[in-house]
Design a protein around this ligand. Structure first.
Ligand code: SF4
Length: 358
């Protein structure tokens, strides 16, 4: 939560204002300043929490008679900032905002409660045991068996898939469609894809009969703040991938505890130790093609007469967003054309703790 000095801009309302009037004002205002008449008056906290629960996405600033001890409670109730008067002890506000690392009760902020963290740790342990068992049971088996094992209803997993609809994506999507064409497939619509990728997505979805392809876009507010001109990739590719891929994927897969990916060991050194089953950020990652190489993919595409991404014949062997993808030369690795010239090989979606890949 920000500490702001001096009188802030925005519509100022007393915390004694009836909720209906505050809501009516919030519908028109991008910034509300709620003024506390006494630190013992809890109505400001309730107003902030209700506004957030009902979807107010504007800026909420707390002002008036408040104590540093209330910093964290203000933040957890939905305030973005507190307006500090002259002589306020800024260090005390900073200290009290960070005084506790966890909370037992859920609030409107997104920080997980202690109970949720314990539950996630327990799930991680259970999922890791499952991943170890499935890796043992599927050792030496082919991709279809690995996928079949993962989709076994007896496991009770909520499974989705990620696909970039890129150069090799048709193989995994075909395997998935053959097993269950209603499996949700997440496509990260970064807004920076080649037009050929978008038309290929439509073509492949239809050809395979996939019924649940979900287009996931960056959060509009985050994008307006961080990359209004769509050129963040020029100055900070990691931040751009975080905005357009990592965060949207985390939101899109929040309801899944297992995610199928098309990653393969041969693609990059960062994937050299990839197993068919692994746990990442509390989610089981299923990589049925981990053992495949480029020839295996080609053979599958040929054997099943699958449509190819139109850019492959122009030398694009791994395809992501257009600003960060180039065709590769003979003898280069397939992924050499991704973030070429940058010190970057993964977008972050497969790296853990909000590390994801394409
Ligand atoms: S691949 Fe490039 S354009 Fe796409 S999200 Fe990452 S940095 Fe941005």
């Amino acid at each position: 939560m920000q500490r702001l000095e001096g009188i802030q801009n925005g519509l100022r309302l007393s915390v004694t204002t009836p909720l209906e009037e505050v809501e009516a004002a919030a519908a028109k205002e991008e910034t509300l300043v709620l003024e506390f008449d006494a630190f013992r008056d809890g109505r400001g906290f309730s107003l902030a929490a209700v506004l957030r629960e009902r979807g107010y996405a504007g800026r909420l600033i707390a002002a008036g008679k408040l104590l540093p001890d209330q910093a964290r409670h203000l933040r957890r109730s939905g305030f973005d900032a507190v307006e500090l008067g002259e002589g306020a002890d800024k260090a005390a506000w900073d200290r009290m905002d960070q005084a506790f690392s966890g909370a037992y009760q859920p609030a409107v902020d997104t920080a997980p409660t202690i109970w949720q963290r314990r539950q996630a740790a327990s799930n991680d342990r259970d999922l890791q045991g499952l991943a170890d068992r499935l890796n043992r049971e599927t050792e030496g088996k082919d991709a279809e068996d690995i996928l079949k094992a993962a989709l076994d209803p007896a496991l009770g997993l909520k499974v989705g898939a990620i696909s970039s609809f890129g150069a090799e994506s048709a193989a995994l999507l075909d395997l998935i469609a053959k097993e269950d064409r209603d499996t949700p497939v997440v496509f990260l619509e970064t807004g920076q894809h080649f037009l050929q990728t978008l038309s290929y997505r439509t073509q492949l979805t239809k050809a395979l009969g996939l019924t649940d392809v979900r287009l996931v876009t960056p959060d509009a507010g985050e994008k307006a703040t961080l990359d209004a001109r769509d050129d963040l990739w020029k100055t900070d590719a990691d931040a751009c991938c975080d905005l357009r891929k990592v965060r949207p994927l985390a939101r899109a897969t929040a309801g899944f505890n297992a995610v199928i990916t098309g990653r393969k060991r041969y693609q990059a050194t960062t994937r050299a130790r990839l197993k068919p089953f692994e746990v990442l950020d509390g989610v089981l990652r299923i990589n049925p093609l981990a053992n495949w190489d480029g020839d295996d993919v080609e053979a599958w595409l040929d054997r099943n007469d699958l449509p190819r991404h139109p850019l492959v014949e122009q030398g694009y062997l791994s395809i992501g967003c257009w600003p960060c993808t180039r065709a590769v030369q003979d003898g280069e690795d397939a992924r050499a054309g991704r973030w070429s010239g940058m010190d970057k090989v993964e977008c972050g979606i497969h790296l853990g703790k909000r590390q994801v890949a394409a």
